[in-house]
Design a protein around this ligand. Structure first.
Ligand code: BEZ
Ligand code: FE
Length: 304
């Protein structure tokens, strides 16, 4: 018999050897996965009852998934895996804006809007002017860049969580930067909110004494021909949970002051009551390059 039989000591090597005929990348990934999994089981001395509980947890996680709910991504989020994959695959090279998780609420297409439009159908909350600019790493403007934005309400709910309460497309918008890469729109300051915590992942957080909250933020996905798309957030400075985001999405460079602004002339031009809140967002894109040139895979694909 040429194949080695299973032993406790040699378990990982025996199982890894069974992937010898797999395509090279699959073999590499499975060999490493099996090695780490077996080391983990030995490290914690996993009991049969714990193994059964883990299987039940993963089963419940799968059963909580449907067309709009992805409990496995949520699990990846709260374990920090989504952020790790995002950070490894979108390194902030060349002064590029840092990326962070996409999250599960980018499930509908944002309505196209004109520069200066409001994305808030209901202006309860604090009206806010968002102004921004999209540039390349050398400071050159990126005219025509697409800026897809989505955010929670001041109460901490996305439109898709409140059908019949918020209109479809509320607090979402797809903008096109002008000839100098600039964009602006009106919104309300978002609130902090809990990630969906009524499933197995929420149960895991509660059992572990962890809270489910994310600090207040606006999501942006910025794209332009010839540049890497960046999926990022602007976090509201001073928001609760900036230092304990349930999904580890906060990066220092993404926190912005949503300053109270006393400017009657600007308020009148924007149709806002004075004073109002204002945030400036600069987005720096880096050129899209094939994986072979950078060692970084091309952008695209949801990771969190
Ligand atoms: C979000 O920011 O929308 C989000 C990200 C990860 C998990 C849940 C929500
Ligand atoms: Fe969010």
């Amino acid at each position: 018999m040429s194949t080695e039989l299973f032993t406790e000591e040699g378990s990982a090597q025996v199982v890894a050897a069974s992937f010898a005929a797999a395509p090279p990348r699959l073999r590499e990934v499975m060999t490493s996965l099996v090695g780490h999994l077996h080391a983990f089981v030995k490290d914690v001395g996993l009991t049969s009852a714990e193994w059964e509980a883990a299987i039940a947890f993963l089963t419940a996680t799968g059963q909580r998934c449907d067309d709009v709910r992805q409990e496995f991504i949520l699990l990846s989020d709260v374990l920090g895996v989504s952020m790790l994959v995002e950070t490894i695959n979108h390194p902030a090279v060349g002064g590029a804006t840092e990326s962070t998780v996409t999250g599960p609420f980018h499930v509908v297409t944002s309505p196209p809007r004109g520069l200066g439009d409001t994305i808030a159908a209901d202006v309860r909350g604090e009206p806010c002017l968002v102004t921004g600019r999209v540039t390349g790493a050398g400071g050159e403007p990126v005219p025509g860049a697409g800026i897809d934005v989505w955010q929670a309400s001041p109460d901490g709910f996305y439109d898709v969580q409140q059908p019949g309460i918020q209109p479809e497309g509320n607090l979402r918008g797809l903008f096109t930067a002008d000839a100098s890469g600039r964009f602006h729109f009106i919104t309300v300051v978002p609130g902090y909110y809990p990630i969906p915590d009524d499933g197995p992942v929420g149960e895991l957080l509660r059992t572990s004494g962890r809270h489910p909250y994310r600090p207040a933020h606006v999501h942006l996905e910025v794209s332009a021909a010839g540049y890497r798309t960046v999926t990022t957030h602007v976090f509201v400075a001073g928001s609760p949970y900036l230092d304990s985001d349930a999904v580890f999405g906060v990066k220092e460079s993404l926190v912005r002051d949503f300053a109270v602004t006393d400017d009657p002339a600007l308020a009148a031009r924007c149709g806002l009551a004075n004073p109002f809140r204002r945030v400036e967002v600069e987005i720096v894109l880096v050129p899209e390059r094939p994986a072979s040139a950078t060692g970084i895979p091309p952008s695209g694909g949801r990771t969190g």
